[in-house]
Design a protein around this ligand. Structure first.
Ligand code: FE2
Length: 169
């Protein structure tokens, strides 16, 4: 298993000013934006390199880190990591969440920084999108479950990342 960097999810006090800075000063574009979260990227095949969530009430003692996110290659590796981490007592509860375009697990490192590890699904999905998923499902069952969630929100479209990298639609 190897992890590659994907994105940071950061809590911010002033969303408008932060989005303006990241777009006008650093050249990011906004891919999706809803419910106080803006998803920014400069890459066609990475939905967000940074996500900014407005949390105007956070105090100085509150971490700005929502989570750091790493990609791994396969669903099997996500499931294996879920099982391995769930057996540990230093990471708290491991929570499986699908964003439609990912099958993710969330947990805290031993100092309670949020970590997401995910693999891509074959599909695109408008964000924010967060639903639980069951790591005990087979790939076939999980694909059926996930596509039905995406179809509730709109059309099924290929994930540009998996489409480009693996030729899968
Ligand atoms: Fe994330």
């Amino acid at each position: 298993m190897s992890l590659t960097w994907s994105h940071a999810f950061v809590n911010v006090k002033h969303l408008e000013a932060m989005v303006d800075f990241y777009t006008s000063a650093l050249g990011f574009h906004v891919n999706d934006r809803a419910d106080g979260v803006a998803f920014l990227s400069q890459l066609d095949d990475e939905h967000h390199q940074i996500a900014l969530k407005e949390d105007a009430n956070q105090g100085a003692e509150t971490s700005r880190v929502g989570h750091f996110a790493f990609r791994i290659d396969s669903l099997e590796e996500v499931k294996e990591l879920y099982n391995a981490l769930s057996a540990r007592n230093d990471v708290g509860k491991v929570v499986p969440i699908t964003h439609g375009n990912t099958w993710s697990i969330y947990f805290h490192d031993p100092e309670r920084n949020g970590i997401e590890v995910f693999c891509d699904t074959p599909w695109d999905a408008t964000q924010p999108f967060a639903e639980s998923w069951d790591p005990n499902l087979s790939r076939e069952e999980l694909e059926s479950y996930t596509t039905s969630l995406i179809k509730e929100r709109g059309d099924l479209k290929p994930n540009p990342r998996t489409h480009v990298e693996f030729g899968r639609v």
